[in-house]
Design a protein around this ligand. Sequence first.
Ligand SMILES: [Fe+2]
Length: 215
Amino acid sequence: MPYAVKSLACDPSKLEGLSEKLIVGHYVSVYCNTVKRLNVIADQLSRLDLPKAPSFLINALKREELAALNSMVLHEIYFESLGGSSMPSGELIEAMQRDFGGFEPWHAAFASLARAQAGRAGWVTLAWFPRDSRLVNLAGTDLDVNLAGGYPILALDMHEHAYQMDYGMKAVGYIEAFMKNINWERVTRRYRAGSQGGAISLDFGAPEPATTVSQ
Ligand SMILES: [Fe+2]
């Protein structure tokens, strides 16, 4: 199994406006199953005789692999991004000032992108863009939200499975709840790692007591 499931990095019992049942169900039913699917795809690819395999089969598996890889990573960033309530500070707020004109303009832009994604099964991310040494807000699906060379530091899941249990079709309430629960300390660590060329998978560990989920 080349891909391992990461522990649920936030404490789902302590989030304001996001129920424990919603977060744990999302983690188990979507994230854990995505990693399982990714391992099945990887196994299928490893059994393929690539020089002899038909193009349509190679293309289908590689497309599914890319979508599952992005879904895995973005879900990990999403869950790691939850569990805080404070404002960003230090180098991150300085970067927001430089690239968006401050925290409030960034917040308004990010929330607007999220509202536009409601019902579209997509993601909204804040990413470090090494080419131009700046932060950018992005919106799209598993296959097209990621910027070549970009490094996502914050991810908001706008698929209905991320909010329907608590909010029905009212995505706006979910977006507001997510924005109130951002763990800025972790987002700042991601920003620092991205802007310094670090690894995308940071070890934030599991909250105490660790959430045990059968897989
Ligand atoms: Fe999701």
